[in-house]
Ligand binder design. Structure first.
Ligand code: NAD
Length: 511
């Protein structure tokens, strides 16, 4: 049996599947087949029948009904089910991690890391299920008490991007479930197999616990059909959407128009400032992983290196030496450092960006080429370094490919200005051994991003922190810290335990 067949069997996948599930049998009635390709070889992995309007309505009915009962279960009991989901993911980590690499193209260590993130957020959510707490507040009125409570919000809609095909679902749903919400997940049409595999794992756990259908729902369908229905649906009080800024602007506008809530996790344009006071070995390792890791297809990938002029040439020489050693190929081969881009469209975007950079005054330092290999799809490219001014149009845009733009600075203030002078604001980093430089980067006059690091790179984050960014990155926060609050509704309670009625602000009103 081939490695792919083994993974399919372990995760309950087959060559032809239906794309919707509310917990029991998979269903879909549109007749619209989605071909899913292996980005490494171009071979057809499977076909999924996408859900249509009728399937969507059936799913919404199930998830809306299930919410009424799911919220009755005490939060720690909901946490217990999420604990079991974490255990089930642990048991399937190797196969699910390999499927992420097979379908999305990230190297195996990163595929496994993504599943580990799901396990970690389940653990986090279990603890949280006993601590969805609000403060007790001091009342200005005698013998009164004020407090805040958090209640379940409703079914939530989760729309995810191809590059983190499973972790983002877990970041959202592990929290939403302990908060008492049910949910509908629409994965990227580029990565539906990993979503089907996750739902199979969740279905087994929910069924074993006698939980009714509709608490966990997955719907594979077109953004323009199913996605549009979700964002326009008043029965989904929260839409959590991860993807491009273009998609986020549309979703934010429509959900805002119906006064719904949205968590938007959109594109980044992440920079690392490398000071002459930095530890060069660490800076090099972080810049290398940030720019080349995941073939530049992370929202937190390093897109810009802003380097102090005294160390600029030496640093770039060392970086190029690392680039020359990058092993490009099959993401499932443990020796590979960089796998393919997701599809030919992404390769076209890469080529167009390199061309635009050259036309806008850029200088190619390394790469810039599409690789053609026997038995491989047209999805492999050389990681690329281009020297170019920060204000160039192409530098201001997120290209989802392994291209890093390099530029030099003289004074730190100039580096900060360049750093913030882009429309996006996700992840950022400074490498320096100077406390003053580091602290000023974290201060109000430093980085304007949602994530700001010292002496680690821009790429990747731990689940314990709130994840998200400012400006065109959308302003949403997911995962750790108090991100759970977005999945609940807040209620302020005032309780009079003295009997006498007192109006706030000393207002008198007596007959
Ligand atoms: P994309 O915008 O093409 O698609 C993202 C999702 O949105 C898909 O599921 C797609 O079907 C859906 N969608 C598209 N149009 C829609 C519509 N009108 N209504 C509802 N849903 C719609 O993004 P992609 O190419 O899959 O992913 C790459 C992008 O995602 C990059 O810009 C990257 O930076 C961003 N991203 C951001 C984060 C973050 O946390 N900030 C994380 C991962 C990826």
């Amino acid at each position: 049996m081939s490695a792919t067949a083994k993974i399919f069997r372990s995760l309950g996948l087959s060559k032809k599947m239906k794309g919707a599930s509310i917990g029991g049998e998979w269903f879909a009635t549109s007749g619209d087949m989605l071909d899913v390709f292996n980005p490494t070889t171009g071979e057809l992995l499977a076909q999924v029948e996408q859900a249509g309007a009728k399937d969507y309505q059936a799913m919404m009915k199930a998830t809306t009904n299930a919410f009424v009962n799911w919220r009755e279960l005490p939060a720690p009991k909901r946490g217990e089910i999420v604990r079991q989901l974490g255990e089930a993911l642990r048991a399937k980590k190797d196969d699910l991690g390999a499927l992420v690499s097979l379908e999305m193209g990230k190297i195996l260590t990163e595929g496994l890391g993504e599943v580990q993130e799901m396990i970690d957020i389940c653990d986090f959510a279990v603890g949280l299920s006993r601590n969805l707490s609000g403060p007790t507040l001091q009342s200005e009125r005698p013998k009164h008490r004020m407090m805040e409570q958090w209640h379940p919000l409703g079914p939530v809609g989760v729309i995810t991007a191809f590059n983190f095909p499973v972790a983002v679902w877990a970041w959202n749903m592990a929290l939403a479930w302990v908060c008492g919400d049910t949910g509908v997940w629409k994965p990227s049409s580029k990565t539906p197999l990993t979503a089907i595999a996750c739902q199979n794992i969740a279905n087994e756990v929910f069924t074993r616990n006698g939980i009714e259908h509709g608490v966990s729902c997955v719907i594979v369908g077109r953004g323009a059909v199913i996605g549009e229905k979700m964002i326009n649906d008043d029965r989904l009080p929260l839409i959590s959407a991860t993807g491009s800024t273009r998609m986020g602007k549309r979703i934010g506008g429509i959900v805002g128009g119906r006064l719904g809530r949205s968590i938007l996790e959109l594109g980044g344009n992440n920079a690392m400032i490398i000071s002459e006071k930095a530890d060069m070995t660490g800076a090099l390792a972080s810049a290398f992983f940030g720019a080349v890791g995941t073939a530049g297809q992370r929202c937190t990938s390093t897109r810009r290196l802003i380097i102090q002029e005294k160390i600029y040439d030496t640093f770039l020489k060392k970086l190029v030496a690392n680039y020359e050693k990058v092993r490009i190929g099959d993401p499932l081969d443990p020796k590979t450092l960089m796998g393919p881009l997701i599809d030919e469209g992404a390769v076209n975007d890469y080529e167009a960006a390199v061309k635009a950079a050259m036309a806008q005054g850029g200088r190619l330092i390394y790469g810039g080429k599409v690789l053609r290999r026997k038995g491989c799809a047209r999805t492999f490219v050389l990681p690329t370094i281009i020297e170019i001014a920060n204000k160039s149009e192409i530098v201001q845009t997120e290209t989802f490919a392994p291209i890093v733009y390099v530029m030099k600075y003289k004074k730190l203030e100039q580096a900060f200005k360049m750093h913030n002078d882009v429309p996006q604001g996700l992840s950022s980093s400074i490498y320096t051994d100077s406390v003053n430089e580091g602290e000023s980067f974290l201060s109000y006059k430093g980085s304007d991003c949602g994530i700001a690091n010292i002496n680690i790179g821009t790429s990747g984050a731990e689940i314990g922190g709130a994840f998200g960014g400012e400006k065109e990155t959308g302003g949403g926060r997911e995962s750790g810290s108090d991100a759970w609050k977005a999945y609940m509704r807040r209620q302020t309670n005032t309780i009079n335990w003295g009997g006498e009625v007192h109006l706030a602000q000393g207002v008198e009103f007596k007959a």
